[in-house]
Design a protein around this ligand. Structure first.
Ligand SMILES: CC(C)(COP(=O)(O)OP(=O)(O)OC[C@H]1O[C@@H](n2cnc3c(N)ncnc32)[C@H](O)[C@@H]1OP(=O)(O)O)[C@@H](O)C(=O)NCCC(=O)NCCS
Length: 145
């Protein structure tokens, strides 16, 4: 019923926009790194429709000293498909693809409302909350593989 697979940037945008940039221009859901070679996107398909997405970008955060860092971005599941385990499935698949590409460490800026989700799947908070203008409070989180 659900298929977790690598998806294109355009497929990622189709879910990222309504979930993460609702009411904002479609272009606000496009990241400059979306189409560079080291970036990859994982999604969940249900009856031919993409209903969830996450993007991994080869990018280092200076506060961490680990090598081979990836940034997790654009984590989104359409509302009616949330709390069905799909977010967790996508991140697990993306983590294994990242390991195949030589990645070893993942960091992200988590919306405060999503911190419990990331904790459940093995990510830890780093430091205090900070505000992202127009979006709200966030925490830096990370996972060493
Ligand atoms: C955050 C999000 C991606 C999680 O995806 P999901 O498919 O709903 O999450 P899962 O069903 O895989 O959740 C796995 C576990 O994480 C935890 N979890 C998930 N959402 C949670 C929530 N809102 N509150 C508390 N715990 C939560 C639970 O322990 C859950 O397991 P359980 O349902 O068996 O208790 C999704 O809810 C979403 O798109 N939210 C809106 C956009 C957003 O905030 N994205 C994150 C930006 S940083």
């Amino acid at each position: 019923m659900y298929k977790v697979r690598e998806i294109t940037a355009a497929e990622a945008h189709s879910v990222r926009h309504p979930v993460l940039r609702e009411g904002k221009p479609f272009e606000s859901a496009i990241f400059p790194e979306d189409t560079i070679e080291d970036t990859f996107h994982v999604g969940v398909e249900s009856n031919g429709e993409i209903v969830g997405t996450v993007t991994f970008i080869k990018n280092s955060e200076d506060v961490f000293k680990e090598a081979n860092q990836y940034q997790l971005r654009g984590m989104a599941v359409l509302q009616k498909y949330q709390r069905k385990g799909l977010g967790e499935l996508m991140v697990k698949k993306a983590e294994s693809l990242m390991l195949q590409r030589g990645g070893a460490f993942i960091w992200l800026n988590a919306r405060e409302v999503a911190v419990l989700f990331y904790k459940k799947i093995g990510y830890e908070k780093f430091g205090n909350s900070f505000n992202v203008p127009g979006i709200g409070p966030h925490f830096l989180m990370y996972k060493k593989m």
